[in-house]
Design a protein around this ligand. Structure first.
Ligand SMILES: [Zn+2]
Length: 106
């Protein structure tokens, strides 16, 4: 299907198409491999206040159950923080370089 899907199939022997067809999350380490729905057909999710339909739509695209989607979102937020930290460190580095250049000129 997609390149990402092919990558995951190579990595885990699993695919989004298989996971969706079987009503489960992708195999570890990408997902948790658990069923996406409860026995009564409702979405299995630790936070019932969230919109289940949005999670089901996302699962059909990514093969990740609601809890794994939340876990990945948390990872993305951490990645953004790291990115901000790296930018700040780079800016501090540029400031330091500018100071050094100025110092040399005097
Ligand atoms: Zn999962």
């Amino acid at each position: 299907m997609t390149t990402l899907d092919e990558f995951m199939t190579a990595l885990t022997g699993d695919s989004v198409a298989d996971a969706v067809a079987e009503g489960r999350c992708l195999a570890a380490p990408v997902g948790c491999g658990a069923p996406v729905f409860n026995a009564d057909g409702s979405l299995r999710h630790s936070d019932p206040d969230d919109d289940p339909e949005q999670y089901v739509a996302e699962w059909r695209l990514t093969g990740l159950c609601a809890d794994c989607q939340d876990a990945h979102e948390a990872d993305e937020e951490k990645a953004v923080e790291r990115h901000t930290w790296a930018c700040n460190a780079y800016m501090a580095h540029l400031d330091l370089m500018a100071d050094l250049m100025t110092g040399e000129g005097e």
